[in-house]
Design a protein around this ligand. Sequence first.
Ligand code: FES
Length: 323
Amino acid sequence: MVATPVSLSLRVVRKQAQTPDICSFELQSLDGSALPAFQAGAHIDIQVPGGPVRQYSLCNPPGETHRYEIAVLRDARSRGGSVGMHALREGQALEVSVPKNHFPLADDARHHVLFAGGIGVTPILAMAHALAEKGASFELHYCTRSAAVTAFRQRLADSAFADRVAFHHDDGPAADRLDVQALLQSLPLPGAHLYVCGPGGFMEWVLAAGRSAGWSEDRLHREYFAGVQIDAGADQAFEVQIASTGQVITVAADQSVTAALALNGIEVPTSCEQGVCGTCILRVLDGAPDHRDMYLTDSERALNTQFTPCCSRARSARLVLDL
Ligand code: FES
């Protein structure tokens, strides 16, 4: 695997338990120099020591350049990312990419409705900081199982924008539950934009409510932090052809395209390997991909001119790749 190029050497200066399963990490440069600026919604790629490269959203106020802050949920199904992060100690060095933003705020929105589910609060927190800083109109709805597993609860409750934050806990009073459908139907259209980050089911629930309330797709913004689980039981082998050489490579039923290419000496840069980050995107010159990523938009997928070979497959017998 070839990791995404990383270009910052940072140190963990603070590690703090936010909940029993979520730790926040404050990162600063080794020499104290200013860090590249970032915008709300941005993430960094972190080379987890001895593990994979993983993406983590920045959650501190975007105006800050003396530190980056992230938070990581320990995932019982971790393939080395979250467990490796939780094993980090203060003082340890990390290789980190410069910030990238696939989840920006809409400049022209007249009102911003932020939805966070669990650890999905991280980019949403940075958005709230940024919107409050510039005096923009917004509200934040934060859904978790209980107050005890709500990362940054106190920070939000103490913030200057606390009056715009609503906590919704599964074990709380029924009256405090989020009625997303009613909320979105009551908000002014047009001019309002919706942003959601959290578990896949939560995101689909919020997005579906937005669509049924008449919100157009260009006002629905999302950030997935883990690939969707797809039943691979029916996967079949297919071929990919290298356009520049004509070489044809078979991708086995239980193999990714990137793995098949690597076995033939063709390295495609990857990072998340779950269809989330877009690092591996290749152009498709012929054939129909079976898109399984969360990165491309619906309209980009429909064009069938690019795909994510780390997780996507083919609906046609062969894909011709622009390699
Ligand atoms: S490596 Fe992240 S989308 Fe393929």
